[in-house]
Design a protein around this ligand. Sequence first.
Ligand SMILES: [Zn+2]
Length: 117
Amino acid sequence: MATSITRPEPVFTEAPASWNTRYVTPEGFTCQITIRGENGKDLLEKAGIALSFLLEHGYKPEENHRHPRNTTSGHRQSGKWCALHDCELKRFEKDGKVWFSHKTADGNWCRGRQMGG
Ligand SMILES: [Zn+2]
């Protein structure tokens, strides 16, 4: 019988504490640093060393934390978007009337919502 030595791998019963921050280099690059420690105290000590290191070398904390969430493209916010087909509506104008619609795959015109009649 083959004896396989099952060596217990180092399992972290607790997730090591981690700390991260973003900073901007003097050249203007935004970088992210992640520090891991055995515990919170260890981590904070390392973080403090890292921060003083960054400050000594002219790095600055990232100031702009307010990133606008552009998860969707801008034209969705224009309101002229067909929620039924998830596509953009085109603007049409005739005899003083303006409407928005798009052509569907089966050749019909959709106005972005179900019209009565
Ligand atoms: Zn549609």
